[in-house]
Design a protein around this ligand. Structure first.
Ligand code: URA
Ligand code: SF4
Length: 207
């Protein structure tokens, strides 16, 4: 089997629309097979802010849209608290197809492998090349490793400026799904506050 790689599917174009269209046909890794559809990034081409998550979830795979499920609700809430309008941001994921296993009728999220993250990277690289955000926010470890390599550690980089050529200002915070994994209400509230406060600090960078 050839090595997984999206490169042959990524057109040389300056059009975000053409890029997104071409992604529908990506067969760059095995993840396209069981998923319903590709979930490409969304937002204005001239967005000053780009947010990068991990991979679409069950709801996103059904809707064909990024961050529309429970993690998306957490993201929306934190963005609102930070005074950032979601429609001003370009929001995407490190991996564009949902990876899961079935448990009865439910489709349970599987963390993508490094080979899948690497295979999908050409799409993210193309989005970065076209949008050229002033501020790039990494949401969680998968996006961090995709963009900065396997030495990325969220605990070391969270809320800090990260030295990188990817954008003038690069930083990282938790993935919004981490809020949902908190063991109790108090923990959830604490995660929510910290997440919103990370994004509020980001808002100061581009407003
Ligand atoms: N989690 C992600 O990383 N991205 C989505 O679009 C939804 C959930
Ligand atoms: Fe292509 Fe990425 Fe989907 Fe794999 S996950 S098939 S590389 S779009």
């Amino acid at each position: 089997m050839p090595r997984s790689d999206a490169t042959p599917y990524v057109p040389d174009t300056n059009s975000l629309r053409a890029l997104r269209q071409a992604a529908q046909g990506c067969r760059g890794c095995p993840l396209h097979e069981p998923a319903i559809q590709v979930v490409f990034g969304e937002g204005p081409r001239k967005a000053a802010l780009m947010l990068v998550g991990e991979m679409p979830g069950d709801r996103e795979d059904r809707a064909g849209a990024v961050f529309v499920g429970p993690a998306g609700r957490e993201l929306d809430r934190a963005l609102e608290q930070a005074g950032i309008s979601r429609s001003d941001a370009y929001i995407t994921n490190a991996v564009k197809h949902f990876k899961f296993h079935e448990r009865g009728k439910r489709r349970i999220h599987d963390t993508p492998k490094k080979s899948e993250v690497d295979a999908c990277f050409p799409w993210l690289a193309a989005e970065l090349r076209l949008v050229r955000p002033r501020v790039l926010v990494i949401l969680g470890a998968t996006a961090g490793k995709a963009l900065l390599g396997s030495s990325f550690r969220l605990t070391a980089s969270r809320g800090r400026e990260i030295e990188s050529d990817l954008a003038p200002y690069v930083t990282a915070t938790i993935h919004p799904a981490a809020v949902l994994r908190a063991p109790d209400d108090a923990g959830r509230e604490a995660e929510r506050r910290a997440f919103a406060s990370d994004l509020a600090a980001v808002a100061k960078r581009f407003s």
